[in-house]
Design a protein around this ligand. Structure first.
Ligand code: SF4
Length: 164
């Protein structure tokens, strides 16, 4: 089971193209200027089964998937299992937003378990002073949009760029 605030189909702001966005409940980061402080308390979410979430994801035939929140990594074991099921059952790409830095995730055996199953990580806390409304797919310019498989191979964070 995963505590979920909301599932939004066909969003176009949480990564390229149409995406099914799974908004996790619970966030430990408490960024100043957070767009959704109600997301901080994990008990504000509703418990969803993996099967019910997968049904939603698969019903959006032409949409890829984004994990957002809250912070999905507060429930990293559950989101890792969800990512594995998406990998096994679909060809959809997975973006994951988190308030943790890529380096913090790599240094933690608990947090890093999700990395092999996601395509792109948008990392770091939201910083009000670095907010830029023109920065596509992230809130503040300190947040990096990281190509995870390439970063793992290169042993350092490599930024994601759209394929033309
Ligand atoms: S990581 Fe996101 S959800 Fe969590 S406090 Fe920061 S802006 Fe809000």
């Amino acid at each position: 089971m995963i505590s979920i605030l909301n599932i939004v189909e066909d969003t176009t702001v949480d990564g390229p193209g149409f995406r099914t966005a799974i908004y996790a409940a619970g966030c430990p980061h408490r960024c100043k200027g957070c767009h959704n402080p109600q997301s901080w308390d994990i008990s504000n979410g509703t418990l969803w089964t993996f099967d019910a979430i997968m049904e939603k994801i698969k019903s959006a035939e032409f949409s890829n998937v984004t994990f957002s929140g809250g912070d999905p990594l507060m429930q990293v074991e559950a989101f890792t299992e969800l990512a594995k099921q998406i990998r096994r059952q679909t060809r959809k790409t997975i973006w994951c937003y988190t308030g943790y830095l890529y380096e913090e995730i790599l240094a933690s055996s608990m947090l890093s378990q999700i990395l092999p199953y996601i395509d792109v990580l948008v990392d770091g806390p939201f910083m009000e002073m670095l907010y830029d409304e023109t920065y596509r797919f992230a809130g503040s310019i300190n947040q990096r949009i990281i190509n995870v498989p390439t970063s793992i191979v290169n042993k350092q964070p490599v930024l994601w760029y759209p394929e033309f």
